[in-house]
Every structure is written in C-alpha cells, then in structure tokens.
Design a binder for this molecule. Sequence first.
Ligand code: DX5
Ligand code: ZN
Length: 223
Amino acid sequence: MTLDKFISPSIMVPKIYEYAEYIKLFDRYNLSVIHFDVMDGHFVPNIMLGSSVFDDLKVMTNIPLDIHLMVTQPENYIPIFNVTKGDWISFHPETTNHPYRLLQTIKELGCRAGLVISPGTPISYVEESIDQLDYITLMTVNPGFAGQTLVPNTFNKIRRIRKLLDSYETEIDLVVDGNTTPENSINMAKSGANGFVVGSASNILKSPSTFGKFYEEYMANFK
Ligand code: DX5
Ligand code: ZN
C-alpha cells in the first residue's frame, strides 16, 4: 500500500502580509493541511505563532491546520486553540508525562493525533502508541528554527519508522519536517515518507507568484 504524497506548507515562514495571498493559493491547489508551529521559548529556544494567528487563519480557510506543539506540557496548550474537527495536533512525547493519554484527548476532540520524533528521540514511542496514531512527524532538523540543514542519519531513521509502520499494516502518515528541499524530498519519499512540511528550504514558499509552478514541479518529482 502506498499512501498519497502531500505537502504541508509551514505558515511561520511567509510574512504576515503574504498570508492572504498564500491562503488563496493553498485553497486553489486543494492542499490537505497547513503546518502551524507553536514554540514556547522553553522546550525550544524560539517563540512562534499563538492563538490569535490561529483564529485569523481559521477565518481565512477551511483547510485543516496541523498544530505542531514544540512546548513543554502540551496538554496545557491545546485548550488555547479553537480547533475544529479535522484539525491535526502533534506533540513531542518527551514533553509530557502521559503521551498516550494526550493522544486519546486529541482524538476525543475530533482531531488527527500525531507524535513528533526529534533527531534524539527513540522511535519506540511510536510503537507504544500505535493504535492511537494518525500520523508521525519526523524532525529531520533539530526543532525550533527554519533554515537548518538535515541531521545525519535522516534517511535511515525514515526507513526504520516506515518499516515499523509497515509491520503493523497501518495507514499512519509519515511526515517529515525540516530542510525538505526538492532534492531531499525525493530521497525522503524513497525512504518511506509521504508527507512533507515545506518551509524556507523549499522553492514552493519563495513567492506567491511562483507557488503554482514550484508546487507542481515538487509533486511531479514523486511520480
Ligand atoms: C522547524 C519547524 C519547521 C520549519 C522547517 O522547527 O518545525 O516547520 O518551518 O522549514 P525549513 O527547514 O524548510 O526552513
Ligand atoms: Zn514544525
């Protein structure tokens, strides 16, 4: 079974004044999800995107948002966001005492539930929660900043997670986040990733005027 390939544009990358134009493009190209980074300045040394930006995006589009919580005690942050059914919520399992319970809470909200695995985080977390997971986000850079280069061993870690998922015959999406250039994404896909958070490394978010051209080229690479 091969899962559909999709991109998830990282909305922390465009300028605020470009949001309206980009959202129209995301709608026109029928994107299935938009990546929304939340950073608390504690779990990661950066502060990003809060609930008012989230609310504004909700007014602009019906595309589900994927809240990537880079925070300690993510259970305290989920109520801050006015999520609707079909949104995605993911967190780093080492940031909470009860990752399994939190995945259950996310699903009770009608949202897709995901774990985010950092370069130093063991993939055994995935196996322990496999029955609650809708997706896994594998960080292919250290979390916290756009514009970094791939950590070594990325492709091997993608393969290890894909092998684990295949052994359970699940339909869990494997999303990669960080430095997903067109070239890297081809090898990430070959290793077993099917979702691609695209940020500053991708041509896709260079400018609204070239979005369509680069999006189509990016997807064509997977054929
Ligand atoms: C990194 C963020 C990413 C970021 C990646 O912590 O989670 O969403 O935007 O984009 P690149 O690596 O392409 O700048
Ligand atoms: Zn992210």
